[in-house]
Design a protein around this ligand. Structure first.
Ligand code: F58
Length: 830
């Protein structure tokens, strides 16, 4: 509870609260011009689109700040239980359009800009993406922040403010090159630097014993100290005044750091060393699959969780003095295992600094943490080498050993001396490199373990977390992922959004997305179908213009826009897509000219980044370009088939591509995609899915029906059997033929592609491209057949959108709030 004096002050503040800034066109224009003059420091008579963007975003930011202050003050006064969402990655994309939509002032701003001689869309295009994440996990965090704000939950996001986001992908001669993404170059109006919100973060050093008031404690004497500075990003909810905080930490040198060097007179080196502190938050690691032994990665993880935990405890202590109340006020969500050191940091602070006894601290920890896994495969599980931890965080290693000792002792009582199982479940992995298993630590110390789809949870229970599931079945749950309809329909597809509102007679679906099911009753209505088709056509035109501007390639709007956009990974099987395209090309080439009239023209669009060290993925990108080169220049094929690789795929590219797609492909080998969220965005936009029965697709089928999509391939339970058969699998002749074309150099680069072809040879084909090829082609044929009947296709498209409501992050977040975190909405009434 806030103290009496604070409470009285808060009351006075509330009495003064009002919407200070006005949103009529004249006020908005004045605001924009003031920012041109005083913030951007350009003349109000002479500024360009980019400067207009800067001024506009500062004007929006002012409005965000008002709401944000009100919300934070209200939370402080109400002191509800809060959830703290810890994630090493947030893929926010652009902020402007999302903010003005959520604040409900997009049209007003568009008018204001128009009167100043600027076009809103052009100005909004000036914004670069905030790409502080790799892929699905990071974009999910961003969607969930939007839902947390919209549903009025008292929530905070915590992460790292990388100076370099995910690398930019540049394609030269069909090869991927990586370039740094120095996204802060032109300033970032969406963050607020909090120079006074800082915490020291310690590294290295030694642990000593200390006796205080008769108690024995451990004291960590650090060898290095870095300062964490908060950068707050206000996240506005839609249709509410609530605006929550995404707090990202940047590393700065600490004043207490390296005093010794100054004293010994080595001034230059002391300054240079200080600068090294900043490297901690300098760069996002691209998804390179293994970070084992990378000290900087571990430093990043600890740096951000230490600052966050200190901040959370400080906020709690502002209003409470008894840590027994901590679980009533705090829920900590671990987004995968990357923030798992938060568990150890809470233990360290409670035991070493707050002097709680071990059991009490451990009881508190067990009540506050929940953990969500985003991984299916055992190799995806993080491990921290013990040697590295011993040097970087010596006290944390001791704490982990103690947690593990107590856990294993308890376990022995339950399962006896089954040493194989005990060693599998231990937090410490023995072996050539002794390591900490982050997942085991997270499971042991969390009250709930969540999967991200039903299939994912089943796989976790049956494989990687089997031992733990048998021990604590009640801990394991799933929350199927979702995406926010605000960004993925309203922002990215405004005309579809308007059409939906018109037919539903309300905009309420933007907050209550289940209302989309109301479209079902009009799916066969020819007027809706007509309008739906027009909207889709305009979106295709926009995409076609982009393709032409980017690659010079003109594509036909009558063709099926057939899209696969996601990170390039063998399990996601972009190679299957390319081999399917080669097959299509081969068929067209070998067809009688008269039969070509029956061919459904395709514009195949592929986009995605390969991790810099992932050779096979890079070869897939090159193959895509080599095949495109051949096909696109074959006048014999013309508009019947085109292949485009969209470079530098990111959130804003997705916002452009998804609304223009007719068909989208989700081809992961069953049992490999934990959930998949791209499919949900396509679904919301009325794009039909061609997919394997993997991850959340299984639930999408339940919602929209198998006859409303194109399914193919082995099922989850088939995959291990097929892999077992391996070398004895029958060779599919069509598959063998297309692989042979690549092998023989039909698309050039024969030697370069050899190893790629080897990955799909019988006996070697771990991701089962060969086994799934036939049914993949059948699904393609079914999609072609459906596309010919445009009326039917449009109906399926409407039904896809109508069935997409369950895949909103609003539903996921509400489920987490009620069933995992135990928090309640706290709507700011002002
Ligand atoms: C993804 N994981 C899953 N990890 O692959 C996808 O199925 C799921 O829909 C999504 O999470 C959200 O639950 C994912 O994106 C990463 O990007 C890791 C980031 C850290 C490095 C290793 C990859």
């Amino acid at each position: 509870m806030v103290s009496g004096e604070q409470g009285a002050k808060a009351e006075r503040m509330f009495a003064l609260m009002d919407r200070f800034l006005k949103n009529d066109p004249i006020s908005l224009q004045k605001d924009i011009l003031d920012h041109v003059e005083y913030t951007v420091a350009r003349s109000r008579f002479n500024f360009d689109d980019f400067e207009a963007y800067q001024a506009l975003s500062h004007s929006v930011r002012d409005r965000l700040i008002e709401r944000w202050h009100d919300t934070q003050l209200y939370f402080k006064r109400k002191d509800p239980k809060r959830v703290y969402f810890l994630s090493l990655e947030f893929l926010m994309g652009r902020s402007l359009s999302n903010s003005v939509i959520n604040l409900g002032i997009r049209d007003q701003y568009a008018d204001a800009l128009g009167q100043l001689g600027f076009e809103y869309e052009v100005v909004a295009e000036q914004e670069g993406d905030a790409a502080l994440g790799n892929g699905g996990l990071a974009r999910l965090s961003a969607c969930q922040m939007d839902s947390l704000a919209t549903l009025d939950y008292p929530a905070w996001g915590y992460g790292l403010r990388y100076q370099y986001g995910l690398f930019r992908q540049v394609i030269l001669d069909g090869f991927q090159h990586e370039q740094p993404d120095y996204w802060l170059n032109f300033g970032n109006p969406w963050e607020i630097e909090r120079i006074h919100v800082t915490y020291p973060v310690k590294f290295y050093g030694t642990v000593e014993d200390e006796t205080l008031n008769g108690g024995k404690y451990k004291v960590w004497i650090p060898g290095e100290m870095v300062e964490a500075v908060a950068y707050d990003n206000p996240i506005p909810g839609y249709g509410t005044r609530n605006t929550i905080t995404l707090r990202l930490w940047a590393a700065k040198p600490s004043d207490q750091y390296d005093i010794e060097s100054y004293n010994t007179g080595d001034y230059i080196n002391a300054v240079v060393n200080r600068q090294k502190a900043e490297t901690i938050s300098s760069v996002l690691y691209p998804d390179d699959r293994s970070y084992q032994g990378k000290e900087l990665r571990l430093k990043q993880q600890y740096f951000f969780v230490s600052a966050s935990v200190q901040d959370i405890i400080r906020r709690f202590k502002d209003a409470h003095s008894n840590f027994d109340e901590f679980p009533e006020k705090v829920a900590l969500q671990l987004n995968d295992t990357h923030p798992s050191l938060a568990i150890v940091e809470v233990m360290r602070i409670l035991v070493d600094e707050e002097h709680l006894d071990w059991n009490r601290a451990s009881d508190i920890v067990g009540k506050i943490f929940s953990f969500t896994s985003h991984t299916v495969i055992a190799e995806g599980l993080e491990k921290i080498p013990v040697d590295l931890l011993a040097s970087l965080l010596p006290r944390h290693l001791q704490i982990i050993y103690s947690i593990n000792f107590k856990f294993v002792e308890e376990l022995k009582k339950k399962i006896g001396l089954d040493y194989n199982r005990l060693s599998r479940m231990s937090i410490i992995e023995e072996g050539a490199v002794k390591s900490i298993r982050s997942a085991n630590l997270s499971i042991v110390c969390s009250h709930t373990v969540n999967g991200v789809s039903r299939v994912h949870l089943e796989l976790l229970k049956a494989n990687v977390f089997k031992d733990f599931y048998e021990l604590w079945p009640e801990k394991f749950q799933f929350k199927t992922n979702g995406v926010t309809q605000r960004r993925w329909i309203v922002v990215s597809n405004p005309s579809l959004s308007a059409l939906i509102s018109k037919w539903l007679g309300t905009e309420a679906w933007i907050r209550d997305v289940e209302l989309l099911t109301g479209l079902r009753e009009y799916a066969a209505d020819s007027f809706l179908q007509h309008e739906w088709k027009m909207v889709r056509k305009v979106n295709k035109m926009r995409l076609a213009e982009y393709i032409e501007a980017m690659s010079g390639l003109k594509v036909s709007l009558d063709a099926m826009f057939d899209v696969q956009i996601k990170r390039i990974h063998e399990y996601k099987r972009q190679l299957l897509n390319i081999l399917g395209i080669i097959h299509r090309y081969d068929c067209i080439k070998n067809m009688e000219k008269s039969d070509r009239r029956k061919v459904v023209p395709h514009v195949c669009i592929i986009g995605g980044k390969a991790a810099p060290g992932y050779e096979v993925a890079k070869k897939i990108i090159k193959l895509c370009h080599a095949v495109a080169e051949k096909i696109n220049n074959d006048s014999d094929v013309g508009d019947l088939l085109k292949l485009v690789f969209i470079p530098d795929y990111n959130v804003s590219v997705a916002e452009l591509v998804i609304p223009g797609a007719d068909l989208s492909q989700h081809l992961s080998t069953a049992g490999n995609e934990a959930s998949g969220t791209g499919s949900m965005k396509f679904l919301m936009n009325g794009c039909l899915l061609l997919a394997t029965e993997d991850g959340s697709t299984v639930e999408i089928i339940e919602e929209i029906g198998a006859d409303n999509m194109f399914l193919f391939g082995s099922k989850v339970h088939d995959v291990p059997i097929l892999r077992e058969k391996g070398p004895d699998l029958k060779v599919n002749l069509q598959f063998a033929r297309v692989v042979r074309m690549v092998r023989d150099g039909y698309f050039g680069f024969k030697d370069y592609f050899k190893s790629l072809c080897d990955t799909v040879e019988v006996g070697n084909d771990f991701y089962l491209l060969g086994s799934d090829f036939e049914s993949y082609l059948e699904a393609q044929a079914a999609a072609d057949k459906a596309f010919v009947d445009q009326e039917k296709w449009t109906q399926m498209s409407i039904l896809s959108t109508a069935g997409s409501g369950r895949f909103s992050s609003d539903r996921t977040i509400q489920d987490y709030a009620e069933n995992t975190w135990g928090i309640e909405p706290c709507p700011c009434p002002f």
